[in-house]
Design a protein around this ligand. Sequence first.
Ligand SMILES: [Zn+2]
Length: 329
Amino acid sequence: MATQMGSDTANRSGVGGPDDDLVVISATAYEEPALPADAPSASSDDAAAVAAAETAAGGATAAAPADAGGQEAVEDAAEKEEQRPLILKHVVQRGETLWEIALKYGIDVDTIVANNDIPDIDRLQIGQELTILTIRGAIHTVRRGESLWDISRTYNVSIDEIAAVNGIADPSRIQVNQQLIIPGAQAAAAALRREALVSSSGQLLRNFEWPTISGARISSNFGQRWGRMHYGIDIAIPIGTQVYAAAAGTVTYAGPMGTYGILVIIDHGNGVETRYAHLSRPVVSVGQRVKRGQLIAYSGNTGNSTGPHLHFEIRYRGTAVNPLQYLKR
Ligand SMILES: [Zn+2]
């Protein structure tokens, strides 16, 4: 993951050999002086960081060697400060919070959120390996057809800044799947991540909003019921209660549909869809973009319904999943 994150400074960290690098990383990557021996900089992590740095040295930009030659001895002392790799790995320890980890590396929470799949930022998984960008920013993987200009515009960061951090000599030559560091883009990237419903590895995330008023009772769960499959959850609410989009998306259906009664379907992209059934009245129409939490309808008792309630489904790649596993806690 952290390969090819080369920069001029990262290139040089390969010079002194792995042991020297360990010292440099330990001395500069953490601001707290009294680091316990078993803290996140344990040897395996550093080994990964060194490996990443060395990979970067090997595969990095062609431009770097040109200016890395004669000046090196002169600049050596000054450069020491900057020798820590730009990318590190951190394995989450018991009891750690995102805020503490950010503090440890001298970055902010957004820089961690922007660069990792974190299903629930309030409950980190012990043992999860986090990618730590040691400057504030975001890592962007170049997509097919994307230019540096596109990326600059997406994050509102200048091409010059991106080129400088990544050691890019010719901004017209970037490669598909190349990972670029976008300095200062962490807030924008974190906002995108916070909206994400599917991880980069294709896992559906626990990141859906509760679709109606809070505190409402679940009257029927997902799964087998009376010998039939129940593809969603039923939330008992009075007719006319507000119903909200569980995530941002595009309305693909709004109207009566068989046993669903009056139904709204929202397509969230990446194969994710939500359905809201037995409504009394939609307030959105097909093709409309909706935001997370936006009012989309009023609940009802239409279709095959035994009493006023909202039937709510999440479907991923065409298959209904248990919403309770994906609604935010
Ligand atoms: Zn139902």
